[in-house]
Design a protein around this ligand. Structure first.
Ligand SMILES: [Zn+2]
Length: 270
């Protein structure tokens, strides 16, 4: 194919110069030697390369240029028709995921293979950000006792508000759970929060809790890293910012209380 193009070009050039129809196919037709001779007869270089002059400076070009006529089919796929980018934009109503396709100002898909690459590189936060934050993240309240998705601040199933946790999940995931529920299949989520467990067991693992809290505080103060990035390495986030703040505050109170209770202060007068 590639050599055929060059032969076609040479033959075409010779054909034009002599006003003849030539056959420029690679494995038959006119022989290259004959074609080269024809070119030479017309005062051109035998190998199809010609002397050219720079049209701006009038100086000769530093190299001979191989040129001639050649049959060419233009590809109609143009870069200008393909180029596309977006940040936030339109989403589909049902799944709340970004629309697809350039004509709909769609998002760029992170597919199965890209996902595998993220995992292979260990970039879990990037994976989380691509699949959730930039996609269809939504806040869902889950009851820790029954594991069902609940509305706002009340579990209708347990008739209690004591075990509710705010989690973040892809909207499509929430949608699927609700579709399952419509088919009489209950999808129950077991919500685990590191901080919550620590808080439940209180004094038993007080030092673990203390470490976590201090680490959290340090990271927050030093790097501005919040609960979500520290505690929620998993895709399903354990708690929302507000919930964490409250919990952190409670932890702090507990620590202060504990410290005051056990503090031996020799300077204090009785
Ligand atoms: Zn419940």
């Amino acid at each position: 194919m590639t050599v055929g193009k060059i032969i076609e070009l040479l033959t075409g050039k010779a054909g034009i110069l002599h006003g003849e129809i030539k056959d420029g196919t690679a494995f038959s037709g006119d022989r290259v030697d004959d074609v080269c001779n024809l070119l030479r007869q017309s005062g051109y270089s035998y190998n199809g390369k010609d002397y050219l002059t720079n049209g701006i400076t009038g100086e000769p070009l530093e190299a001979y240029i191989f040129m001639g006529p050649v049959f060419y089919q233009k590809l109609k796929h143009m870069v200008a028709d393909k180029m596309h980018a977006r940040s936030r934009g339109p989403v589909t109503v049902l799944t709340r995921q970004p629309t697809e396709g350039r004509s709909r100002d769609g998002g760029l898909r992170i597919g199965e293979m890209e996902k595998d690459c993220f995992i292979a590189h260990g970039t879990s936060h990037l994976l989380y950000e691509r699949l959730m934050v930039s996609g269809d993240i939504c806040d869902v309240v889950i009851c820790g006792q029954c594991g069902l998705i609940q509305f706002d601040k009340w579990c209708q199933y347990c008739r209690s508000a004591n075990h509710l946790r705010a989690v973040k999940m892809p909207y499509a995931c929430k949608l699927m759970f609700q579709e399952l529920m419509s088919m009489n299949i209950s999808a129950r989520l077991s919500v685990v929060s590191i901080l919550f467990i620590a808080f439940e067991k209180k004094k038993k693992i007080f030092f673990v809790q203390l470490t976590i809290t201090l680490l959290t505080l340090f990271l927050y103060a030093r790097f501005g890293v919040t609960s979500s990035s520290i505690l929620n390495g998993l895709l399903v986030k354990n708690c929302s910012g507000t919930w964490f703040s409250n919990k952190l505050f409670q932890n702090l109170k507990l620590i202060i209380k504990f410290t005051l209770k056990n503090k031996h202060n020799p300077t204090k007068k009785k």
